[in-house]
Write a protein that binds this ligand. Structure first.
Ligand code: M3P
Ligand code: FE
Length: 314
C-alpha cells in the first residue's frame, strides 16, 4: 500500500487576495509560503507537511492538479512502471518543480484530471507539535479545519455514448493504486452504470470520489472538522462573513458525513465535514445507492433533489 493520503490540491483562483482571506479566515488555514509567480501555499493546523492547498492566480476557477503522498521515494518508480503497464503515460517532474517538494510522478487520469504522486515534502510539524501536545492550538481560527481530507472530481459520464470515466477512474484506482471502493451510486437499467464512486486507501470512508457529469472538473475540496457542533460553528462563521453557502449543515447518506457546502470567492466549491461515518475495511461490503434513492444518499434527511449541486462545478 504505497499511497498514504491526499497530499495537496492546486486550485485556480481569480482574486488571490480574496482567496487567501477565504482559506485563512473561513477554513482556518495558515499561509506557509509564497513563490515568485504569486502562488500561495497554505496548511491546516493538524497537518505536518509544508502545505496542502496551493492557490494559483488565474483567469478562471478550477483545479490544476491533485497530488497524493506515497510512503517512500522508491514507490514512485514501482508505481511509474505499474501506471505505464496499464497504458497511461507518465512523466517524472524533478525535485523543486514545486517548492519544498521532492520529485513528482505526473499522469492524467482516464477522466483527464492531472494527478501527481510524491514522497517528499518539507516537514514543518503540526501547530501543537508532537511532544506532549495540546488537543488544539491557541492559534485556531475560522472553522479551524484539521486537515484537507478529500476531493470529489467530476468525470465525463454519458451512457448513450458508452463514456463512463467514473467507472474508468475507479478501475484505475483499484487495479493500479490499490485503493478500494466503499460506496457507489448506480443508475440505468438494473443499475448498469456507476454514476458515483467513493474510494479509499485508508480506513476513512473516502480519500477520493468521482461523480459523473457532462465534463471533467472539481466538485469540491473537503476539510475535516471534529464534530457536528464544529460543523454548526463553521456555518455560523460563514453566516457572519457572508460566505456563499450551497448546502447548510446536514448529513450525507453516502459516507454518513455531517457536512456544509459553500463556495470560495472564485466559485470553487468547498466542504467542511465531520464524522468518521464508519471504519472502512477492504472486506466491508460496498454500499450501493440505487437511482430511486440517489438524493437520499446525497442529502439523507430530505432526500430532495438539488440540481445545482451536481450541475454547478469548476
Ligand atoms: C461527499 C462526502 C455526492 C456525494 C458527496 C459526498 C456529490 O462529498 O464527503 O461524503 O454525491
Ligand atoms: Fe465530500
Amino acid at each position: 500500500m504505497a499511497v498514504m493520503r491526499i497530499g495537496h490540491v492546486s486550485i485556480k483562483v481569480m482574486d488571490i487576495q480574496a482567496a487567501v482571506k477565504h482559506y485563512r479566515d473561513i477554513i482556518g488555514m495558515t499561509v506557509t509560503m509564497e513563490d515568485k509567480a504569486g502562488n500561495v501555499y497554505l496548511k491546516c493546523w493538524d497537518e505536518w507537511d509544508r502545505y496542502s492547498v496551493i492557490l494559483t492566480p488565474s483567469d478562471a476557477a478550477g483545479m490544476n492538479h491533485v497530488a497524493y503522498k506515497v510512503e517512500k521515494d522508491a514507490d514512485l518508480d514501482t508505481l511509474q512502471a505499474k501506471i505505464e503497464a496499464y497504458g497511461i503515460k507518465t512523466t517524472i517532474l524533478p525535485e523543486g518543480t514545486l517548492p519544498a517538494t521532492g520529485r513528482m510522478l505526473q499522469y492524467r487520469l482516464p477522466s483527464g484530471h492531472d494527478m501527481r504522486l510524491f514522497a517528499l515534502k518539507e516537514y514543518v510539524g503540526t501547530d501543537v507539535g508532537s511532544t506532549n501536545p495540546d488537543p488544539w492550538p491557541d492559534s485556531v481560527h475560522g472553522a479551524g479545519a484539521h486537515w484537507l481530507d478529500h476531493v470529489l472530481l467530476m468525470a465525463e459520464f454519458n451512457p448513450e455514448t458508452g463514456t463512463n470515466h467514473v467507472a474508468d477512474n475507479t478501475k484505475f484506482f483499484i487495479e493500479v493504486l490499490d485503493f478500494y471502493q466503499t460506496e457507489r451510486i448506480v443508475v440505468g437499467p438494473e443499475g448498469a452504470f456507476t454514476l458515483a464512486s467513493f474510494l479509499t486507501i485508508s480506513n476513512k470512508a473516502h480519500d477520493i470520489a468521482f461523480v459523473g457529469g457532462p465534463r471533467p472538473g472539481i466538485h469540491h475540496l473537503s476539510f475535516y472538522l471534529d464534530s457536528w457542533h464544529d460543523v454548526l460553528k463553521a456555518a455560523d462563521i460563514m453566516g457572519k462573513k457572508k460566505v456563499k453557502i450551497d448546502v447548510a449543515p446536514t448529513r450525507h447518506g453516502v459516507t454518513r458525513g455531517e457536512t456544509i457546502y459553500f463556495f470560495d470567492p472564485s466559485g470553487n466549491r468547498n466542504e467542511t465535514f465531520a464524522g468518521m461515518g464508519y471504519l472502512a475495511q477492504r472486506d466491508r461490503p460496498v454500499t450501493t445507492w440505487t437511482e430511486d434513492q440517489l438524493w437520499t444518499g446525497i442529502f439523507f434527511h430530505t432526500g430532495m433533489p438539488h440540481a445545482a449541486f451536481t450541475e454547478v462545478y469548476t
